[in-house]
Design a binder for this molecule. Structure first.
Ligand SMILES: Nc1nc2c(ncn2[C@@H]2O[C@H](COP(=O)(O)OP(=O)(O)OP(=O)(O)O)[C@@H](O)[C@H]2O)c(=O)[nH]1
Length: 892
């Protein structure tokens, strides 16, 4: 038996309960709170374990979470054994029982402390709940008031209605008995919300944060707490009547929502609140509902937005609807009304689109696809920004009159000897320093051969001055006249350089006189055209020529703004194996710089490098400077205008438009061929035309153009060159494949086939011919084409014979006995049988006999026997015409 001593009375007493070996268990609860307002109640059990020696073990409260805790409850620290230094002496003096009583007392004190803390927390909790309940009550009172008002309104309405009906039914002055009580009693009793709240003494253990009532929660959802009625410490509710008097009521057992709370047998205010929150509509859901309602309800016509609709040449219905902010179905409906059935993806023309847009009340702005090119060229420079630029001079003249020699002499470089066949094959552009003024002059060397007419025309377009070279010994020739016409058409001033004056047969005066016939009046003849007698060979009067050019340039007052983005013209373009597409460009306005984004024709690129006429790499090229441009995606065409654009997007826009245009033009030219009756007739005429299939590869665009032009001229109604493919660059395997398909020949002009192409050509028996002189190429093609011409049949009259008598000879058939009247008659020759001047048969002689012998020929005046091949209807008096047919091969 062990005595216990309570810490309160310090008196020894015998415990009243039955002694047992079971450990003593004392329990308490602690409320834990977590984030997001979650909380958990934790039961703390304190177990006392009896020791064998009778001394109680220091109490270590154990924590039991119900249900299993997500986070461990803060375990109360193990009560430390009394460590008072002084108390050690006392403890030693104490008996065993006293020591155990003391330990027990300490443990009890600890438990009390825990209990007090818990109570304090609960008190705070209750306070919050009370506040929430009060707020809910206020809300409930408000809603009750509103309900009451609503009820009164209904009553009044019902009353009025009843009275009106009664009046109608019974007439004035007579009141129905039933109407009166109906009007007096309320039609419906407004549902009364029962705000409930926890009694302050209830064991609600929620934390203040979790009990905050959300604004907008209806009073009916105010904390209604239900606990088991049999629980002593269960929450008791206070129901307030209309008068506000509180009366305690026992909360009914919750039956509607079984859950973990019920399992625990304890439903707190917070859990009740949380349960309500689950049912509550989310803000987003509420918003959606509002919008939905608004959408359905608001049928009021919206104010129509009038837009400026940009309409290109063709637009899809979908795009048009988008631009007008209208529904595509409306557009389709309008088109249907006009009798046109369309899909949303269909493309309509600008006129139709405009009609629709205007009908729908919008304004229209028509744009063309070519608008992408707007502002690309010819923007006006501010006159204050302009500065003098070098003149661009084009040298023109007849073949071999000395254009290249003159330029060569001017720039002290020997170009002539480097040229294949001594003919200028493509445009070159160089800058020459005028010795007098020190100013630069840009020269463009255009080839003089007739095939280069097109290129020369381009040369005239970019040039400021034309130097017309006329050989003093040769005079004005056809291409001299052509050059004059080009210069006049371009309204470019001419300076005549009468070349080769060193030659003994030079007659400059004759040149001046001949020029007069073509309306070129030189100064010495009283005109305004400057002429200079020069000798390219002896470098005579070259300074004077340069001076005249500089003078003319001064008169022209050539000015430009070098600071603006560059504009220029492609003089020549080629596909270089190592460097890629290379274009010789003459910058006309602004400055072209490395890194600029450029557009020329249907090609674009970024300037990778600029190479001057001296072969030096430069960073920029100003106005009137010829420069080789590297960086194009593909070789542009000679004559294409070059422009610098602000970004790649713009460049892409422009080039894609141009590529589209090019494709359309090609398609139009093909379809155009099928067009008119005239064209059809010409096609019929050329239907039997023989074609000479060719694939032509050249080093530069200019040469290619020249070759194509020459070959085109060779074509006749009977035979023509059919160019399957023509391009700049070496001969590749694909060229050979193409040639194989069409049994064509390949011509390489200053280019060679690569290894694979050469092997493929050898394998497939395709002929590749290389040329570096255009005349040779044209001559060879001419010969080959001539072989395709049908030979001419020439008739040679031999003689005539008249039939005297017809003999019937067995085994041979009919034989005509004739006399040769003129010429001779030969065996095997062609014959015509003429009766009364009408040819009744044409054929060959099968037999020619003189007496009984077969002879080769019979002379005039002699008689002979003749029989025809497969023809026997000869008659006496018919004339036999004898002739020979010769085949003569034609040439182009
Ligand atoms: N005697 C003499 N011969 C000249 C003179 N200038 C050019 N030649 C010769 O004339 C020939 C043709 O000269 P080119 O400079 O090739 O003539 P081109 O007009 O450029 O010819 P294409 O390039 O074919 O249009 C060459 O053999 C020159 O040597 C000159 O002033 N005097």
């Amino acid at each position: 038996m062990v005595d216990t001593k309570t810490p309160d009375d310090k008196k020894l007493s015998v415990p009243s309960k039955t002694l047992s070996l079971k450990p003593r268990v004392e329990t308490g609860t602690v409320r834990q709170s977590f984030s997001h307002g979650r909380s958990k109640q934790v039961v703390v059990e304190k177990r006392g374990k009896r020791r064998i020696d009778g001394s109680p073990e220091p109490q270590a409260p154990t924590v039991v979470a119900k249900p299993a805790p997500a986070a461990p409850a803060p375990a109360p620290s193990r009560p430390a054994p009394p460590r008072n230094a002084g108390s050690g002496v006392v403890l030693r003096t104490l008996t065993e029982d006293e020591r155990s009583a003391r330990a027990s007392a300490l443990a009890d004190a600890k438990v009390r402390e825990v209990e007090e803390r818990r109570q304090a927390e609960e008190e705070a909790q209750r306070r919050t709940v009370r506040e929430a309940a009060e707020r809910a009550e206020r809300d409930a009172a408000e809603s009750r008031r509103k309900a009451e008002e609503e009820r009164h309104r209904h009553e009044d309405e019902a009353k009025r209605k009843a009275e009106t009906e009664a009046k109608k039914r019974f007439g004035e002055g007579e009141q129905p008995a039933a109407a009166r009580p109906a009007a007096a009693t309320p039609a419906t009793s407004a549902p009364r919300s029962a705000p409930t709240t926890t009694r302050p003494g209830a064991t609600a253990t929620t934390r203040p944060a979790t009990t905050t009532t959300r604004p907008g929660i209806p009073a009916a959802r105010a904390p209604g707490v239900a606990a088991g009625p049999d629980e002593d410490d269960g929450p008791r509710q206070i129901r307030r009547g209309p008068g506000g008097a509180a009366r305690p009521v026992v909360a009914p057992k919750p039956t509607h929502k079984p859950g973990p709370q019920k399992e625990r047998g304890r439903l707190t205010v917070v859990t009740a609140l949380n349960a309500d929150e689950v049912r509550e509509r989310s803000i987003a859901s509420f918003r959606r509902r509002t919008q939905r309602l608004k959408g359905h309800v608001s049928n009021e016509p919206k104010e129509k937005l009038i837009r400026e609709v940009i309409i290109p040449e063709a637009i899809t219905i979908q795009e048009l609807a988008n631009r007008m902010a209208e529904r595509a179905v409306d557009v389709i409906r309008m088109l249907m009304k006009q009798g046109a059935m369309h899909k949303i993806t269909d493309v309509i023309d600008a006129d139709t689109a405009q009609l629709i847009a205007e009908e729908l009340g919008h304004t229209v702005k028509r744009v063309a696809a070519s608008d992408v090119e707007e502002g690309l060229f010819d923007q006006v420079d501010d006159s204050s920004d302009t500065e003098t630029r070098s003149p661009v001079v084009t040298v023109m003249g007849h073949v071999d009159h000395g254009k290249t020699s003159l330029l060569d002499a001017l720039r002290h470089a020997n170009v002539v000897s480097g040229e294949a066949g001594g003919i200028t094959q493509h445009i070159g552009a160089y800058q020459v320093l005028s010795p007098e003024s020190g100013k630069k002059i840009t020269f463009i060397d255009t080839p003089g051969h007739a095939a280069f007419t097109a290129m020369r025309a381009r040369g005239a377009k970019v040039t400021d001055i034309v130097v017309l070279v006329v050989a003093a010994d040769d005079g004005v020739m056809p291409q001299t006249v052509e050059a004059i016409n080009h210069a006049k058409a371009a309204r470019v001033p001419i300076i005549v350089a009468i070349n080769k004056i060193d030659k003994p047969d030079a007659r400059p005066e004759r040149v001046r006189t001949e020029l007069l016939q073509h309306e070129v009046q030189v100064e010495s003849f009283g005109g305004d055209v400057v002429d200079v007698e020069v000798s390219a060979k002896n470098k005579t009067n070259l300074d004077k020529l340069l001076e005249m050019i500089a003078l003319q340039a001064d008169i022209l007052d050539l000015k430009t703004n070098s600071e603006r983005p560059a504009e220029g013209t492609v003089i020549e373009a080629k596909l270089d194996r190592g460097r890629g597409p290379v274009a010789t460009v003459l910058v006309q306005r602004g400055t072209l710089r490395v890194g600029d984004i450029i557009v020329a024709g249907a090609e674009m690129g970024r300037v990778r490098a600029l190479i001057s006429d001296q072969g030096e790499t430069v960073q920029e090229a100003g106005p009137s400077v010829p420069v080789e441009v590297l960086g194009f995606n593909g070789p542009p065409e000679a004559g294409d205008r070059l422009a610098v654009v602000e970004n790649e997007a713009r460049a892409r826009q422009v080039t894609s438009y141009r590529a589209h245009q090019k494709r359309e033009n090609a398609a139009a030219s093909i379809s155009g061929m099928r067009g008119s009756l005239e064209q059809m007739m010409s096609q019929l005429k050329t239907a039997g035309r023989k074609e000479f299939p060719l694939i032509i590869k050249a080093d530069v665009q200019g040469s290619l153009e020249a070759i194509l032009g020459s070959l085109e001229k060779l074509g006749t109604d009977e035979v023509a060159a059919r160019i399957l493919h023509a391009g700049v660059g070496g001969i590749s395997e694909s060229d050979v494949t193409l040639a194989e398909g069409f049994n064509a020949a390949i011509i390489g002009f200053s280019v060679r086939a690569n290894k694979e192409a050469a092997a493929a050509a050898k394998r497939n028996g395709i002929e590749i011919r290389y040329y570096n002189i255009i005349y040779d190429l044209v001559d060879d093609v001419k010969k080959a084409m001539s072989g395709l011409l049908a030979p001419t049949l020439r008739e040679t009259m031999l003689g005539n014979a008249s039939i005297l008598e017809i003999f019937n000879i067995s085994k041979v058939g009919k034989v005509a006995g004739c006399r040769v009247t003129d010429g001779t008659v030969e065996r095997g020759a062609n014959v015509r049988l003429i009766r009364d001047n009408v040819v009744v048969h044409e054929g060959k002689l099968s037999t020619l006999k003189r007496f009984k012998d077969e002879v080769k020929e019979v002379q005039s005046g002699q008689e002979c026997g003749m029989a025809f091949e497969n023809y026997h209807d000869m008659r006496a008096g018919d004339v036999i015409e004898c002739y020979r047919v010769e085949t003569i091969q034609r040439s182009l």
